[in-house]
Design a protein around this ligand. Structure first.
Ligand code: IPE
Ligand code: IPE
Ligand code: MG
Length: 252
């Protein structure tokens, strides 16, 4: 039986987030420059997006460029930005064909003009699509996101629009980049690194995590399906006991 057919339609994570890591090492392993890895990572993005759309995932968030990635060599940063622009142009057809809507999180206003324009255009052109939401984290950092949230909440308090006692989870959530998206259920990181690298700190509070040694340019549909099957074997307890969870399942 194919991996895809082992996936249970009624136990899918709604929101999957991926730290796409290992492009540089993949290229260097072959004696090539790091950017060769980034170029080859685009096919993995295509495969993963299609796989997610095919099985009915609602939101797929891809960590594409972090607030810390600006510290890389200038030439690498500019290659990544050009790749973003060219991929958006090329993939529009695939997005449309698969009913996928583009969305972004992060401080997108600080991206180079060309990238910003292309993003705005693609978001606009796919805004009527009702299938998978492809959410690119661009110039995204969880700490920057939390600082921004704290600043806008403070402004509301100063302007008497909000009382300090009224701050709860909902208020915080509504000030994050992800305000209109469901919680992250499943976080995947490729390349064997076991860290979060400033990704979605608030949103993954109860996410299941999955780490694989596969380097991002080698990641294919079956790797994604394998991860989803692994997710489906887990019991999410949210602080309760296993027995309580079983009772809930029996009643359902
Ligand atoms: C991930 O691959 C892509 C980005 C961070 C943009 P890396 O470029 O981090 O690859 P490694 O981790 O150096 O192998
Ligand atoms: C995280 O990967 C950022 C993205 C995948 C976009 P990095 O390769 O930048 O993370 P660190 O620096 O190794 O933690
Ligand atoms: Mg890396």
């Amino acid at each position: 039986m194919e991996l895809k057919d082992q996936i249970l339609a009624n136990k899918l994570p709604q929101h999957v987030a991926i730290i796409m890591d290992g492009n540089g090492r993949w290229a260097q392993n072959q004696g090539k420059k790091r950017v060769f890895g980034h170029k080859n990572g685009v096919q993995s993005v295509r495969d993963t997006v299609e796989a997610a759309a095919e099985i009915g995932i609602k939101v797929l968030t891809l960590y594409t460029f972090s607030t810390e990635n600006w510290s890389r060599p200038k030439s690498e940063v500019s290659t990544l930005m050009s790749l973003l622009v060219s991929s958006l142009r090329k993939e529009l057809k695939v997005l449309t064909k698969n009913n996928i809507r583009l969305h972004t999180i992060g401080n997108v206003g600080k991206l180079p003009e060309k990238a910003r324009k292309e993003l705005i255009e693609t978001i606009e052109k796919t805004s009527g699509n009702t299938g998978l939401i492809l959410n690119l984290a661009l110039n995204y950092g969880a700490r920057e996101e939390l600082i921004r949230a704290a600043q806008s909440i403070s402004k509301k308090i100063v302007n008497n629009e909000l009382l300090p006692e009224e701050i709860d989870e909902k208020v915080i959530e509504s000030h994050l980049y992800t305000f209109n998206l469901p919680d992250v259920d499943f976080l995947i990181r490729t390349s064997g690194e076991l860290r979060l690298s400033n990704f979605l700190l608030w949103q993954i509070a109860y996410a299941e995590m999955y780490f694989t040694e596969v380097l991002w340019p080698d990641f294919r549909k079956d790797d994604f399906y394998k991860a989803i099957i692994n997710f489906q074997m887990r019991e999410r307890r949210f602080g309760k006991t296993s027995e309580q969870i079983e009772n809930i399942n029996e009643k359902a």
